[in-house]
Design a protein around this ligand. Sequence first.
Ligand SMILES: [Zn+2]
Ligand SMILES: [Zn+2]
Length: 347
Amino acid sequence: MKTVNAYAAPSATEPLIPTTIERRDVGPRDVLIEIAYAGICHSDIHTVRGEWGPVAYPLVVGHEIVGVVTDVGSEVTLHAVGDRVGVGCMVNSCRECANCLAGAEQYCLKGNIGTYAATDLDGIITQGGYSTHVVVVEDFVVKVPEAIPYEAAAPILCAGVTTYSPLVHWKVGPGSRVAVVGLGGLGHMAVKIAHAMGAHVTVLSQTLSKADDGRRFGAEAYFATSDPETFSTLASSFDLIVNTVSAPIDLDAYLSLLALDGTMVNVGAPPEALPVHIFTLFGNRRSFAGSGIGSIAETQAVLDFCAEHGIAPEVEVIDASQINEAYERVLASDVRYRFVIDSSTLS
Ligand SMILES: [Zn+2]
Ligand SMILES: [Zn+2]
């Protein structure tokens, strides 16, 4: 075991505090990573506060991890000491169910093993990336291309792949008419990636306050959803709507914006059930879908895609001592567009 520095939540209601945690010994197929940066995802906040169900404390969250390999097990072939690598939302899966065998381990039928607050195959509860080091089995570690700025790479591991996966699944390409609902951590990556795929991108945001940013990220159009005219102007005009908002919205209003055979896919997760009129789906043969994170192969693919197209998340780098303040700013939507912890400040 190796004792390493970390920032942990002692309970659902207390601020995160500096502490130490144990990382397992490097097994034959494990990689030891010295973490350089870890992104702050909204999911981290929901999880530490127990809003997505009970968790064991103390808990270290963080599933947007980049760093360098400092040790490898005897049977490791995919990574070498010195490689720049990343870890996203999962660190393991059963490897034998139909979905795992199909390369969709994020949909493992026994539940993928999350990077934090999950029970790994060895029975130990996983602890995330707000830490100086992590040990992960080699095939759940991806390569981070040098072309991506180091501090900006971390959010690709969750926000990037979570938006990339549905854009690929619904075959977005040149000529696709894509709307992105919400311009936050997920939304800004959805805009950049869809634009780089050749789509015509529209942002639907509550107000026009981030319109300049949206255009800079590649959106051709930007509409305020607080203006009811937006919904009549844009009726039946999109092939794909990517909803990144976790707050409840009027689904019928958004679904009515889909063109023939259009799909609205949700990557944000409101906690409550939302009503839909089936007649809205009859019109234009619309589909309503969800998509959860992405596979390991897609995580590598989105990193390579970002490197190739010269795109990266917009980040604000913070010290570990600023994590609690950053949480409050995330909850107030006061972040442009992702906080990233400089892990050297944990030492
Ligand atoms: Zn996340
Ligand atoms: Zn499985």
